[in-house]
Design a protein around this ligand. Structure first.
Ligand code: AMP
Length: 436
């Protein structure tokens, strides 16, 4: 199943491509056709299943189909229990809807209302809101909900847990009875069942079991290293670890060539594929990689798009990518079809900000693997590393420091990077954290 099969319009397909989404998730596959057919939906789905896109994409499509004259009205209202979720939904709508010309804004409490009110006054098609602030602004007559056509109640059970269900009940009469309603809830307490009976008309029930996210399926580890030592570290890792098929990502084509040349020179045959290579040469290289004749393939993000290899055991981020989404996309190339995959990332001083972004996005910390000769301590690690007895910590700017700590450079990494489902160790990295 592809997004094209779901009959999504070109501006959405373009945005999805830019996001690196290749195929719809089960909830997207099941919900989108019904929502596009104007049906009410009850979705039993948790965050992490792709449920935001499952409702955001068809809403954007339905609203795009209407020609708007004069001022914009709020035609879709999305209620979320927390400001974090509301912001996340807003970000998704921004990403998926960027080529549609539709406008949205996000409102939530705990911050001054002025900029939120201004955004609404300028005109929005989609409003994402937490219940309290929505009622507040409505009471002040700063927004109107009488043109809402599509109403989404996201994480209804959390609304209940957080005591917002009364607010929700007060909001329902403010929106037209003639509307489409989409309700999502991971669990189904009796109050939610009752609410569903009142606000949904002949709904389609859609249930999906939570799938392990890419980040959970793929074991990840972070190697701190200076930029200059990355090539040595790569050689070390490829020599020391049991890696039978690896895709190495570099930021630039030039970098890809350089890495491939140097590895080959040092006895590890490697090839680079990128846009500057001829189609023939790329096909040949890919063929060799797929048939396992070639063990190490170096690629840039763009060149890697067409690479669909099963049983790729490892991905190495020689350079961290520019966006967290690209990171997820890259590491998702391993661990496919339930296979266990490992993703190793090299983080130098230039990559530290990106690492923070990635970890914020993952909502977890990537375990740091220190047992290699090029390990250094990066700046701004927060919270500070606990006291250590061993001594293999270098520092950026001071060049390479020994791989001490009593670790032989030839020692095999142990349990460093199994997927979270395999090893509890990976939950707590050995010392450093980059979350802020
Ligand atoms: P959600 O359940 O909506 O919070 O989505 C969980 C994560 O999955 C988000 O980071 C989305 O960007 C991502 N995502 C949603 N749909 C897809 C898809 N079809 N392909 C790849 N990633 C997706």
């Amino acid at each position: 199943m592809t997004f094209e099969n779901l009959d999504l319009i070109a501006p959405l397909l373009k945005a999805l491509k830019e996001e690196g989404y290749e195929n719809p998730t089960p909830i997207q596959e099941k919900s989108i056709p019904h929502i596009l057919a104007n049906r009410d939906i009850f979705g039993a789905a948790q965050t992490g299943t792709g449920k935001t896109a499952a409702f955001a994409l068809p809403i954007l499509q339905l609203l795009s189909a209407q020609v708007q004259q004069g001022n914009r009205n709020i035609r879709s209202l999305i209620l979320a229990p927390t400001r974090e979720l509301a912001i996340q939904i807003g970000e998704s709508i921004q990403a998926y809807g960027k080529h549609t010309g539709l406008r949205h804004t996000v409102i939530f409490g705990g911050v001054p209302q002025r900029s939120q009110v201004e955004a609404i006054r300028r005109g929005v098609d989609i409003l994402v809101a937490t219940p309290g602030r929505l009622i507040d602004l409505h009471n002040q007559r700063l927004l109107k909900l009488d043109r809402v056509q599509i109403f989404v109640l996201d994480e209804a059970d959390r609304m209940l847990d957080m005591g917002f269900i009364h607010d929700v009940r007060r909001i329902i009469p403010l929106i037209p009875i003639q509307r489409q309603t989409l309700l999502f809830s991971a669990t189904l307490p009796s109050e939610i069942k009752e609410l569903m009976g009142k606000i949904l008309k002949n709904p389609i029930h859609i249930e999906v079991t939570p799938v392990a996210s890419t980040a959970e399926r793929v074991g990840q580890s972070m190697y701190f290293v200076t930029r200059d030592q990355k090539r040595n570290l790569l050689h070390h890792v490829l020599t020391e670890q049991d890696i039978n098929s690896v895709l190495v990502f570099t930021r630039t084509k030039h970098g890809a060539d350089k890495v491939a040349r140097e590895l080959t020179k040092r006895g590890i045959p490697a090839e680079a594929i990128h846009g500057n290579k001829s189609q023939n040469s790329r096909q040949r290289t890919l063929g060799d990689f797929k048939s396992k004749k070639l063990r190490v393939l170096i690629a840039t993000d763009i060149a890697s798009r067409g690479i669909d290899v099963d049983q790729l055991s490892h991905v190495i981020n020689f350079d961290l990518p520019d966006t967290p989404e690209t990171y997820i996309h890259r590491i998702g190339r391993t661990g496919r079809a339930g296979a266990e995959g490992l993703a190793l990332s090299f983080c130098s001083e230039d990559d530290v900000d990106m690492l923070k972004d990635i970890q914020r996005h993952l909502k977890s910390t990537i375990p740091v693997f220190k047992d290699h000769p090029f390990h250094i301590t990066p700046p701004n690690s927060s919270p500070p590393a606990p006291p250590k007895t061993g001594g293999n910590r270098g520092s950026f700017g001071r060049g390479r420091q020994g791989g001490g700590g009593g670790n032989s450079p030839r020692s095999k990494p142990q349990g460093q990077n199994r997927p979270a489902s395999q090893s509890r160790d990976t939950k707590r990295p050995s010392g450093q954290s980059f979350r802020d």
